[in-house]
Ligand binder design. Structure first.
Ligand code: FAD
Length: 456
């Protein structure tokens, strides 16, 4: 009997895992809460997405083509994973806001967790004004809907992700007033310039980068290094930002403030892995707070594999290679199989690329640009001062007293920032329910006709 492989997430990692597992003859089920397979990298909407925003599209088409032999459930929100005495995944299928989603339970011999990451935006005074979005949201708006967050946008944060975001805003008809990168030019040269031969195999990424830089030059878009948006101004919506030089620890340097007029801001300071499904399955988390995997992409839980950004932020090419390894092994393949050789090489090269991303890691001085009344938890309007009051309380006490991270996003947006302010891990990644579920849906679960088998 062929192995039943369930894949959670249909981004680059999940799609590559599905293709590899299918090629090894597994029976594959793919679940993703998005409207269409593709994940963040290949987010699209036929007829609306400008093809110039997509990279490696033909690769996506090949992966999507392979899925014809799999059971694919889009708009499938996985809310519970069981890994104790058998692997079982519970989902609800249908638009997140609909009242008649169908319950689905799938049993598996192997599970590949490829849940990706959220983009992270640090709080800034004024960031709750209309017109401020995360860089990932700006990218999603441009790719999926062909619109921009405003007419004149400042893109600010850290890391190479700012480049595709600026390019997409331009392609969607907006103007990028300035791109503001927190890391200084010299630190970037040091970080990316060391051992350049290790990057020789990342030619695809280099080409993509050259395209974005050319785009910025063509549009004469200023690119500032070693600077941050430290304040966003506006009465009812964004009207301008203060851009300020920051030191190597990201502390604002007094006297360097400039004002830039704009009607929108896209903030992106890196990514936070979506760990909750892996944690629920019992997977060990590394000290760097990613799912810990071995060379086979296997976690510590028998039969559970993980791939893509949930195991480390390394970009779409690494996610593709890791996914292919995970799917191949989950379907019963061995790491020593010669068919994996090229993929393992690609994974190694992309991990060398990923190490350079650490150049853009968040530094602790950013908290110096907050005011006492800056809102940190947007869902519950909790200010920096309120969080500071409870900095010495237990993590549970701080959460209950301030409500920081207890709102609709459950700490997905603010969690790591709250942790930086209380200088402790608050553990927002443990979630007994992985995605929103109606009480009626929970109540209806006892009617499940055959919970041990997939139902459609
Ligand atoms: C908002 C955003 C936009 C990005 N845009 C780009 C870009 O344009 N270019 C670029 O180079 N990189 C981009 N990135 C980085 C990008 O995430 C990766 O390089 C690449 O997509 C990682 O692939 P992945 O398969 O690991 O994760 P993803 O592509 O994030 O795929 C993970 C999938 O898991 C699904 N999922 C997660 N939890 C559940 C659940 N409980 N139930 C059901 N489904 C679930 C998600 O819906 C998602 O489709 C973006 C990241 C973010 C957060």
């Amino acid at each position: 009997m062929s192995r039943r492989v369930v894949i959670l997430g249909a981004g680059p990692a999940g799609l590559a895992a599905a293709q590899a597992a299918l090629a090894r003859g597994a029976e594959v089920t793919v679940l993703d809460e998005g409207e269409r397979a593709g994940g963040q990298f290949w987010r699209h909407h036929d007829g609306l997405t400008d093809p110039r925003m997509q990279h490696q599209w033909s690769r996506f088409e090949r992966l999507r083509g392979a899925l014809q032999r799999a059971r694919v459930h889009e708009q499938a929100s996985v809310w519970h994973v069981e890994a104790d005495g058998g692997l079982r995944v519970h989902a609800h299928i249908g638009p997140a806001d609909s009242t008649d989603r169908a319950a689905l339970t799938v049993d598996a011999d192997a599970l590949v967790i490829a849940t990706g990451a959220h983009d992270r935006a640090l709080p800034v005074p004024g960031w709750t004004l209309p017109g401020v979005v995360t860089a990932g949201a700006a990218q999603a708006l441009a790719k999926r809907d062909g619109v921009t967050p405003g007419r004149r946008t400042v893109v600010a944060g850290a890391g190479p992700f700012l480049l595709p975001v600026a390019a997409s805003i331009g392609l969607a008809g907006g103007t990028v007033a300035e791109v503001v990168e927190a890391v200084g030019r010299a630190a970037i040269m040091r970080g990316w310039g060391r051992a350049p031969w290790q990057l020789a195999g990342s030619a695809g990424k280099a080409g993509e980068l050259a395209e974005y830089v050319g785009d910025l030059l063509r549009h004469r878009t200023p690119y500032r290094f070693g600077s941050a948006v430290t304040r966003i101004h506006g009465d009812r919506a964004v009207e301008a930002v203060t851009v300020q030089r920051i030191d190597a620890d990201w502390r604002p340097i007094p006297g360097t403030e400039r004002t830039i007029e704009c009607d929108s801001v896209a903030l992106g300071h890196g990514f936070t892995p979506r760990l909750e499904a892996a944690i629920q399955a019992g997977c060990a988390i590394s000290p760097e707070r990613f799912v810990a995997v071995d060379d086979r992409q296997a976690t510590n839980v028998p039969g559970v594999f993980a791939a893509g950004e949930v195991t480390g932020i390394a970009g779409a090419d690494a996610a593709l290679a890791e996914g292919a390894v995970a799917g191949f092994v989950a379907a019963g393949g061995a790491l020593g199989d010669p068919r994996l050789r090229r993929i393992l090489d690609a994974r190694r090269r992309m991990h060398a690329f990923a190490e350079r991303l650490a150049t853009h890691a968040i530094r602790p001085g950013w908290t110096a640009w907050l005011d006492d009344d800056t809102i940190v938890c947007r869902c519950e309007s909790v200010t920096r001062a309120r969080i500071a009051e409870y900095a010495d309380a237990s993590s549970r006490g701080m959460r209950l007293a301030t409500r920081a991270g207890l709102g609709a996003c459950q700490g997905r947006t603010c969690g790591r920032s709250v942790e930086a302010l209380v200088a402790a891990s608050v553990d927002y990644d443990h979630r007994p329910v992985l995605s929103s579920i109606r009480i009626g849906e929970l109540a209806g679960l006892h009617d499940h006709r055959t919970p041990h088998q997939e139902q459609e």
